[in-house]
Ligand binder design. Sequence first.
Ligand code: ATP
Ligand code: MG
Length: 133
Amino acid sequence: MERTLAIIKPDSVKKNIIGKIIDRIEAEGFRIVEMRLVHLKAEEAMNFYAVHREKPFYADLVAFMSSGDSVVLLLERENAIVRWREVMGATDPAKAAPGTLRRLYGFSIERNAVHGSDARDTAAAEIGFFFKS
Ligand code: ATP
Ligand code: MG
C-alpha cells in the first residue's frame, strides 16, 4: 500500500464539484485516510509550491491556491502516487486525456482542478505539510 497527497483546488470547490471528485477517488479504489477543508494562507501556498518559486507563474499560482477553500486528502491505494496522477491527467486540461479529472473539470493550465504528489519523497513531505500525525 502507498499513500499520496491530493488537493481539490479552489476552482473545483467554487464550482461545487467536491462530491464528483470524491466519487471518482472512491470509484478508483482509493481509501481516504484523512480529509480536511482548508483555506491556505498565501504564505502556506508559497511554501507548498516552493519548488516552483523561480517560475514565471509562481505568484499567480500562489494567489490562486490561496483564493478560497481547498480540500486536502490523504489517499491510500496500491501504486497510489502514479495512479492518482493518471486519474488527474496532464497539467494542462487541454492536453489531458479524455475522462481524466483535469480534462473533465480543469479550466486552464493554472486552474486545473486537482493536485497530486509526483514521487515518494514529495508525497511524504506534502502529507506531513497537512497531516501532522
Ligand atoms: P500539481 O503539482 O498541482 O499536482 P503538476 O505536478 O501536474 O501539478 P507542476 O509542474 O507541479 O504540475 O505545476 C504545479 C501547478 O502550477 C500546476 O498544477 C498548475 O496549477 C500551475 N502551473 C504549472 N504550469 C503552469 C503554467 N505554465 N502556467 C500557469 N500555471 C502553471
Ligand atoms: Mg507538481
